[in-house]
Design a protein around this ligand. Structure first.
Ligand SMILES: C[S@@+](CC[C@H](N)C(=O)[O-])C[C@H]1O[C@@H](n2cnc3c(N)ncnc32)[C@H](O)[C@@H]1O
Length: 277
């Protein structure tokens, strides 16, 4: 998913994209929750979702761990307000507390939890290693920290079809930007977790590969994502590439809103680490 630099003022389209992303990853995340349950040394009753956004992890984990309470931490009050609204709609308000905190400045002063969860949030931090070290005491001895990080935004247009090469080129340009201004993105989080004093128990890829018929959420995410990425790379696409790219959004035959060959192909990396008992 695209990332905003001014993370304290996330516009609403980002909240919508996070919720769409949650729908697309929902089934794959069930497998992640099962992995956590398998590694936990006891019942998971307390959870901290670090950089919770709209609450994908918070709500997924509360669904899986039926006795748990979660603290959702984020620097964006808009995200936390969105998360609280969702909690109310889902009847989960009694099991979620929100905490507005900038993890660059300090880590939240919460009782040590059974499970800390950080999905697509750590790479935003100015000094992730410093924050990770500071976060260790917020996990109880023997408790777990789960980190999910993304390599890039999902692909929607198959290679070798109209617009596929243009989408790939836009992703390539975006990845080069990220390497420059978000160097922690795509880094070896396993090594960082070990340096922080945690024991990495599991590392695997979490993949989503949806083919026709894709859910409506995928089409909506494709529209929002392609439009957003266009803004970041438009000056650097060659004229032909730009024409092919714009045809994905112009209402014609190749538009992602209705083309039959739309797919979703996305990959995240998952690490589950334990605080030594
Ligand atoms: C890409 S979103 C991921 C949200 C959610 N974890 C998910 O997987 O859908 C990153 C989140 O991290 C939050 N964030 C970024 N920098 C932060 C910081 N320094 N302290 C706390 N939260 C931060 C942003 O506000 C945003 O909600």
């Amino acid at each position: 998913m695209p990332h905003d630099h001014a993370h304290h003022t996330q516009p609403t389209y980002l909240a919508e994209m996070l919720d769409l992303d949650a729908e697309i990853f929902a089934a794959a995340l069930q497998g992640v929750y099962a992995d956590i349950e398998g590694l936990a040394d006891g019942p998971v009753r307390s959870i901290a979702d670090l950089g919770a956004g709209t609450g994908t992890g918070t709500f997924g984990l509360l669904g899986h761990f039926g006795d748990a309470h979660a603290v959702a931490v984020d620097a964006s009050d808009e995200m936390l307000a969105h998360l609280r609204r969702r909690a109310e709609q889902m009847g989960l308000s009694g099991r979620v507390t929100t905490l507005s905190a900038d993890l660059d400045a300090s880590v939240p002063d919460v009782d040590a939890v059974d499970l800390a969860w950080a999905s697509a949030s750590l790479h935003h931090l100015a000094d992730p290693d410093r924050t990770l070290a500071a976060l260790v005491p917020t996990i109880r001895p023997g408790g777990l920290l789960t980190v999910m990080e993304l390599d890039g935004f999902p692909r929607f247009v198959p290679d070798g079809t109209p617009g596929g090469a243009a989408e790939a080129r836009a992703h390539q340009l975006l990845a080069a930007d990220r390497a420059h201004d978000m160097p922690a993105m795509g880094s070896d989080w396993g090594a960082r977790l070990t340096t922080a004093g945690l024991i990495v128990e599991q590392h695997r890829a979490v993949t989503v590969d949806l083919t026709s018929p894709v859910p409506e959420a995928a089409r909506r995410l494709a529209v929002l994502g392609l439009a957003r990425i266009r803004g970041a790379v438009v000056d650097r696409l060659a004229a032909g590439e730009l024409r092919a790219y714009d045809a994905l959004l112009d209402g014609g035959a190749d538009d992602v809103r209705h083309r039959p060959d739309l797919r979703v192909s996305a990959e995240r990396q998952l690490w589950i680490a334990r605080r030594p008992a």
